[in-house]
Design a protein around this ligand. Structure first.
Ligand code: SF4
Length: 294
């Protein structure tokens, strides 16, 4: 049985950057906190916690004083920075530069147009990155998590839309289409009423074509990702559409030998939040499984 790892699976540069900054901070003698899990991957969180990183939630963050706190790649709303200033908390800024740029764009637009132009955020409810995006407009944005939320839009007012960086391009296009239909129904030109920002990150979306090809080339696919990873769920969806023998796992203990009973080739891949070392560990474990049954 041949086992192959997909070439591009593993951390995106935003997560890689956040992990590097955190590892550097952990070299100091000081206590280092991280606001939320550094990455949506349990194994990598554990590795960094073993090095001394302390994960805290937002309630714990509010009670913290005179400390150092990592802001992970997903970013945070302005409120978090205000609390840090008040409580003498030093921020270790690991927000992905791409996310930072989107924050800036939303803020700039909001400062210019206020509530005259509706600010729409397409993303998963309560996802950390989405909380950060929504926070840029003082609570004046409309969250669109799916087609059913489009009803909240006032189709007699212009709007601008931004997407969470890890969403699927296809689903974003469906939402945009639905919004345009809403404007048309009210007799408006959707091209004039809706400004679309292409904020889906190429580090996720560009993996789709390669992943599809990879999944079609193997008998069995093992996709490695944290259970709460948005891009993991999205990319696994891509894999399972192409290959019906695609399995989602977070840890090697979840591997079942029977999956490979009739397999000659196995492909191992993962999300932008999956460490490469874990993907290699999974591939190594599968290689140890006895050959195919006739
Ligand atoms: S997926 Fe893109 S935007 Fe998100 S952390 Fe990675 S590089 Fe940054």
């Amino acid at each position: 049985m041949k086992v192959k790892i997909e070439r591009y699976s593993g951390f995106c540069f935003g997560v890689e950057n956040a992990i590097r900054l955190t590892e550097e901070a952990l070299k100091s003698e000081e206590e280092i906190f991280c606001l939320g899990h550094i990455v949506h991957n349990e194994a990598e969180v554990k590795r960094l916690e073993d090095l001394g990183l302390k994960t805290i939630n937002h309630d714990e963050f509010r009670t913290l004083r005179n400390s150092k706190v990592v802001i992970r790649a997903h970013g945070e709303p302005p409120e978090t920075y205000a609390i840090a200033r008040e409580n003498n908390i030093e921020i270790i800024e690991a927000t992905c530069p791409i996310v930072k740029k989107i924050h800036k764009k939303i803020r700039k637009h909001y400062e210019k147009t206020g509530t005259e132009v509706q600010n729409l955020i397409y993303g998963k409810k309560e996802h950390a990155e989405v909380v950060g995006l929504l926070g840029q407009t003082e609570g004046n944005s409309i969250l669109i998590s799916g087609l059913e939320d489009v009803i909240q839009i006032n189709f007699n007012k212009p709007a601008e839309i931004f997407s969470q960086t890890t969403k699927s391009r296809g689903k974003y296009a469906e939402v945009i289409n639905e919004i345009k239909k809403g404007y048309e129904k009210e007799g408006h030109d959707p091209e004039k009423m809706l400004e679309v920002n292409n904020t889906i990150c190429g580090q996720v979306a560009n993996r789709e074509p390669g992943l599809k090809k990879f999944c079609s080339e193997h008998d069995v696919i093992v996709f490695v990702s944290g259970k709460n990873s948005s891009n993991g769920r999205m990319l696994y969806g891509v894999c399972s559409k192409i290959n019906t023998a695609a399995y989602f796992i977070s840890d090697i203990s979840e591997i079942e030998e029977s999956w490979f009973d009739h397999a000659s080739t196995v492909g191992v891949c993962g999300a932008t939040s999956t460490p490469r070392w874990l993907i290699k560990k999974v591939a190594g474990r599968i290689e140890m499984i006895p050959g195919k049954k006739k």
